[in-house]
Design a protein around this ligand. Structure first.
Ligand code: MSP
Length: 511
């Protein structure tokens, strides 16, 4: 049977040499969802990449005395390197300077122009260069850019406009007919009340004041506005309007665009209207996640309040960083980041609950039975209650992942691991071992622990891939598929476990 497809995207990142832990949130959460869907048997396509055009990049390149292309070529490697360190399992990395993307955007612009949805006019407005955004007087906060708080400049230029206003009613109807198009719900209300109800104005979609952008084919003193360029990546990456559009036919529409809350409006207003104007289907969902913040405020280069995420990976391990980010930010809200909180999570959940459980279990099996795990099949009430809890895990995690409550999915897995530690304390293997007649009972206890750890680890593969690999190696099992966790007892009785590996060292606070 053909697998069901699942297309998930992150936003494409502005190339930067200064990524912080907050930047990693979008890719890590998308990665966990992509891995989870693959585990469940979907044919997943996970896209990320870089957003490389615009005045900001041109200025930076000028500052360091290289061409914009040279500047982005070098700096893009930084993103790729960071995603590699974080084990991001993307299927494609798109760059907006890729030739196929450039051609696709040009064709999209032509199509919209030919249709009359893009027209020529004159733009007069207040422009924020760092955010590449135009604002009206009313939108400014204390006369400054409402997004970044910096100065805006009055700019007048000949420009092309996109008829957003024409599609306003259709967009509202689409929101109504597709109640899950924008998640969480609060973001939808924000879009309607702050942007759509006041009335959508046509959008200026070309610039003449700089040239680091995609040229408009029929009027080449204009370059395409970066957001039109950038949003198109979700279909250009699949070969839309190219000679080979097989990926487009297979994967579009996207099942999920994951984006930070500050760019929800581009993805839920401009992007769907572009698609409507192109007569293309709309993505099924745009999820606007919250931010990682420091002391309730922005993580920012100018405040100097962060380190390169690779430093945390070097100190605490990649899965400690992944776990923190996934566990700490509740569904849609902000989560606070501090190195101390990262250490607390690593010590509390990863070292004490998970690491300790696996270590104790493998250690006891090696010590008591020379590493052999045997199931005697005689179950007591206390076993059945652990087994029932274990068998409920799959559905619980599935329910949370369906609603993108990744933090809760992890919480459910760790609740089960906690129950295992309690099970050890209550069944007291160190007492059973002293009485030969209780050795069968002891074998059952250890088998139940191994099988529960295995089942939890099958699911953990989505979130903590290295850790899951190490646990499977220690358990010496290759029964790691999603189908293997609907029944209890798939771990082969008679298997010899391997020697223990340290999963997470407890971190001393001074560090
Ligand atoms: N280039 C645009 C997106 C174009 S998509 C067609 C962009 N790039 S970005 O580099 O500024 O942001 C990339 C992602 O990082 C966004 O999802 C953004 O929300 C996320 N984050 C940046 N800082 C963040 C935090 N402090 N916390 C969580 N995510 C944040 O926007």
């Amino acid at each position: 049977m053909e697998k069901e497809k699942y297309y998930i995207t992150t936003p494409i990142y502005y190339p930067s040499a200064n990524f912080h832990i907050g930047h990693c949130y979008t890719t890590i959460i998308s990665d966990a969802i992509a891995r989870y869907k693959r585990l469940c048997g979907y044919d997943v396509f996970y896209l990320t990449g870089t957003d490389e055009h615009g005045q900001k990049i041109q200025k930076k390149a000028e500052e360091v005395g290289v061409t914009p292309q040279q500047y982005v070529d070098e700096i893009v490697e930084n993103a790729k390197d960071l995603w590699k360190s974080l084990k991001i399992s993307y299927d494609k990395f798109i760059r907006t300077t890729d030739e196929e993307h450039v051609k696709c955007v040009q064709k999209i612009f032509e199509k919209l122009y030919d249709k009359g949805d893009i027209y020529k006019g004159e733009y007069k407005g207040l422009y924020c260069t760092p955010c590449e955004s135009f604002w009206t007087e009313n939108q400014l906060v204390d006369g400054k850019c409402p997004d970044c708080g910096r100065e805006v400049n009055m700019v007048t230029e000949e420009a092309y406009f996109f008829r957003l206003s024409k599609y306003q009613d259709r967009l509202i109807k689409y929101y109504d007919d597709n109640p899950h198009f924008i998640e969480p719900e609060s973001r939808k209300n924000e879009m309607i009340n702050n942007f759509i109800k006041p009335g959508l104005e046509d959008l200026c979609v070309s610039r003449t004041s700089f040239d680091w952008g995609i040229p408009v084919t029929f009027d080449d003193k204009h370059v395409v506005y970066v957001w039109i360029d950038a949003l198109s990546n979700y279909i250009s990456a699949l070969g839309y309007l190219s000679d080979d559009d097989s990926l487009y036919k297979k994967y579009w529409p996207a099942n999920l665009h994951i984006v930070g809350k500050e760019i929800v409006r581009f993805h839920t207003i401009i992007w769907p209207i572009m698609l409507m104007a192109l007569d293309l289907p709309l993505p099924k969902m745009v999820f606007g996640h919250g931010w990682l913040v420091i002391d309730g405020g922005k993580i920012s280069k100018s405040l100097g309040n962060y380190k390169d995420p690779r430093e945390y990976i070097d100190s605490y391990g990649v899965d400690a960083v992944r776990y923190f980010v996934l566990r700490e930010v509740p569904f849609g809200s902000d989560g606070n980041f501090s190195e101390e909180a990262l250490i607390n999570r690593t010590n509390g959940d990863l070292a004490n609950i998970l690491g300790n459980l696996v270590n104790r279990t493998i250690g006891m099996i090696n010590k008591y039975f020379d590493g052999i795990v045997e199931d005697t099949s005689i179950k007591e009430d206390i076993d059945n209650s652990l087994i029932n809890e274990t068998l409920e895990l799959k559905d619980k995690v599935n329910k949370y992942m369906d609603s993108l409550e990744v933090s809760k999915a992890l919480e459910a897995i760790f609740d089960l691991l906690r129950s295992c530690n309690k099970y050890i304390d209550e069944t007291t293997p160190w007492v059973l071992v002293k009485d030969e007649s209780k050795h069968d009972r002891l074998k059952t206890v250890l088998y139940n622990l191994v099988e529960t750890i295995r089942i939890a680890t099958v699911l953990l593969q989505a979130y903590l891939p290295d850790t899951a690999e190490s646990i499977f190696r220690q358990l010496n099992t290759n029964i790691t598929g999603y189908d293997s966790i609907s029944t209890f007892g798939k771990y082969k009785s008679g298997t010899k476990v391997n020697s223990p590996e340290v999963l997470f060292k407890r971190i001393e606070k001074e560090k």
